[in-house]
Design a binder for this molecule. Structure first.
Ligand code: SF4
Length: 650
């Protein structure tokens, strides 16, 4: 309750007046320090009245590439007197999830003395500097801004063509068929209900090889199994929609275009696992998604697909949207659980895992938006509901895991293979590797990617796993201005920058041994898009991809990425807190031309501040941020010496 109440107070007043915090503490019967510990953690909250005008400009990857630094300078120069007088502020902020329309700007206009929530922030996306400056100046002087029509306001809605969208083109009343199906089985008796639950986990999710889409890429059925088997007075399902990784915005499109898939995915998981409460945890900057999800939940409840006694079956599963108070770290699953529990969103060590000790210490399934959104389609488009007599005993996790996948019946994918087998299969044989290289034949399933940067049509694309990187770039309209590819960030900033050509010297040793000597280099554009295939190449493949043309300045990009990590580190682990700041300082020194060639040589060596810090952070970090934070600068120094050279003095 604390977080949601604070959100309401801040939305109403524009800040958190002390008397309201005291009143909240009394109302909730908690000490004031409990409120303060939450307030002080989230940068979204403020305890003093805001200036009349707040301009937030995204300074991360794609926005930086599209000139957000110069936009911030222009705004500061044009609003200088208002800023000095305390009537306006301009600040660079972390990714706003609008990388397809960079640069992204949010303007909060609080009329003087009237912090009554009547001024929701307005977004200005993909605008020229002079347009944004004109709007900001008008608002700062209390005038209505004259805004040019937004040519791209209606980005193409690709959802009718998505295979994830099992209800494309169908009337609203025909949705929630996967929920109906499992509820029908439950109505036929407990044994049939259990058999259907097993079938969904085993025959649908396992056979389909649905992978977690949040980054780690584990098989989704395992988490479902573990929560189903776990013992607890209550169970929960949490949909992680706190999409804050720079370059990633696919969940935004799913929530906005197909909220019914996400809501049904949460309901389905809850009914299958025996949970009674679900949360869709959405970042506060996605206002339109929050509205779409809330409207969908209300409709589903009115139709009795959600809430108490679903379709008269006696099964309860309530869903609600939880608005995140912000911060990249909230996307870390244990931190997210902390935020829902009204605590500081600091990650915690695992085990115990959330599947047994999650929300309020109860068994909890945390899945990404896309993972849950695939579940209804996989259940509906796969095999039909079993009408055979149920087995005498319920399937255990162990039995489901050991059972051979029945790939013929999988609609979504199938033929999932363990990593070693995959590596050997792809690379082990093979004189004909080059012939196969790029052939989209070996990877099951589909996945959605957000792709932005130097592209003609940045956006969200649903692709079949196994198409090549080049084919995805073609789908996105190719590289702007017909330029050549220089590099890609294949997992936002987390994976660092990967060069367009991978020379043999930087391949993992295993590949150097396996692939014929005649192959001297590999084109990034020819690699097949699948998380496990990329792991073979020692590359991370996330949901957010940023493309850099030959003109891109990767030193500036590295600085933007390092700044992101140092400002988003929660500070709980000392090496991450200090190390991420140190990386930003080094990147700033490089971008500021304060480093000499000898400094770079020392930084790039086998044993340097960078490698030592990266090693320490990786071995002490509680969460993934501390592990990946060194990657932008490390990859810049490793793969792009020419870019670095332009910034150093002798
Ligand atoms: Fe926080 Fe960094 Fe530790 Fe993660 S690794 S818990 S972000 S300090």
């Amino acid at each position: 309750m604390i977080v949601q109440q604070l959100n309401q107070i801040q939305s109403h007043y524009g800040y958190l007046p002390r008397e309201n915090l005291v009143a909240l503490a009394e109302r909730l019967a908690v000490p004031l320090y409990r409120i303060e510990e939450v307030v002080s953690f989230f940068p979204h909250y403020r305890k003093t009245p805001p200036p009349q005008l707040e301009v937030h400009v995204c300074r991360d990857m794609s926005c930086h590439l599209r000139g957000s630094a110069s936009l911030i300078s222009d705004l500061e120069a044009n609003l200088a007197s208002e800023i000095t007088a305390g009537r306006a502020s301009v600040c660079g902020v972390s990714c706003l999830g609008r990388c397809d329309r960079a640069p992204a700007v949010r303007i909060h206009s609080h009329a003087a003395g009237k912090h009554d929530g009547s001024h929701e922030p307005l977004s200005y996306l993909g605008r020229r500097n002079d347009e944004v400056v004109a709007v900001a100046k008008a608002l700062a002087s209390g005038k209505e801004p004259v805004v040019q029509p937004d040519q791209d306001a209606d980005l193409p809605d690709r959802s009718p063509a998505w295979k994830i969208n099992a209800y494309a083109g169908k009337p609203r009343e025909e949705r929630y068929q996967a929920v109906k199906r499992v509820i029908e089985a439950i109505r036929r008796g407990p044994a049939m209900g259990d058999a259907e639950r097993d079938r969904i986990i085993q025959s649908a999710l396992k056979n389909a090889v649905l992978l977690g889409m949040g980054g780690a890429g584990g098989q989704a059925f395992k988490k479902w199994c573990e929560v189903r088997e776990a013992v607890g007075q209550r169970k929960y399902v949490v949909c992680n929609a706190d999409e804050s990784e720079p370059g990633t915005f696919k969940d935004r499109e799913l929530l906005l275009r197909t909220p019914y898939l996400v809501v049904e995915g949460v309901l389905l998981a809850g009914i299958v696992l025996g949970a009674t409460q679900g949360y869709i945890y959405i970042r506060h900057e996605y206002e339109e998604c929050i509205a779409a999800v809330r409207e969908e939940i209300a409709w589903a409840q009115a139709q009795r697909f959600a809430g108490e006694d679903i379709l008269g079956s006696g099964v309860d599963m309530t869903v609600e949207a939880f608005v995140s108070p912000g911060g990249y770290i909230c996307g870390e699953q244990t931190a997210l659980i902390g935020a829902i529990e009204d605590k500081r969103a600091e990650p915690r060590n695992r085990p115990p895992e959330l599947q047994t000790n999650g929300l309020w210490d109860m068994p909890t399934l945390v899945n990404n938006v896309e993972t849950l959104a695939w579940a209804p389609a996989i259940v509906l488009l796969g095999e039909t509901q079993s009408s055979a007599a149920p087995p005498a005993t319920r399937a255990t996790c162990r039995a489901i895991e050991k059972a051979a996948p029945d790939t013929d019946k999988s609609w979504y994918g199938g033929q999932g293979r363990p990593f070693d087998e995959l590596a050997t299969m792809i690379l082990g044989s093979d004189a004909d590797w080059q012939r196969r290289h790029g052939a989209a034949t070996r990877f099951p399933g589909m996945r959605m990617f957000s792709i932005s940067g130097d592209l003609n049509r940045p956006g969200v694309y649903e692709i079949e796993n196994g198409i090549t990187v080049g084919e995805l770039i073609d789908l996105a309209g190719g590289i702007r201005g017909g330029k050549k590819l220089k590099a890609m960030a294949l997992s936002g900033p987390s994976g660092g920058f990967t060069p367009a050509v991978l020379p043999r010297a930087i391949w993992p040793r295993k590949l150097q041994r396996l692939l014929p000597e005649t192959i001297k280099q590999v084109e990034l554009l020819g690699l097949q898009m699948h998380i496990n295939y990329f792991r073979v190449w020692d590359l991370m493949l996330g949901a957010g991809i940023v493309v850099y043309s030959e003109d891109a300045d990767l030193v500036e990009q590295a600085l933007a990425c390092q700044r992101f990590y140092s400002s988003e580190s929660c500070g709980k682990c000392v090496p991450c807190r200090i190390g991420s700041t140190k990386f930003t300082e080094i990147a700033a020194d490089l971008a500021g031309r304060r480093l000499k060639r000898s400094d770079i040589a020392a930084l790039s060596g086998e044993s340097s501040v960078i490698t030592d810090l990266a090693f320490t952070m990786a071995n002490t970090a509680i969460c993934g941020l501390g592990t990946v934070a060194p990657n932008p600068l490390s990859s810049l120094l490793k793969h792009f010496p020419t870019d670095v050279e332009r910034y150093v003095s002798s």
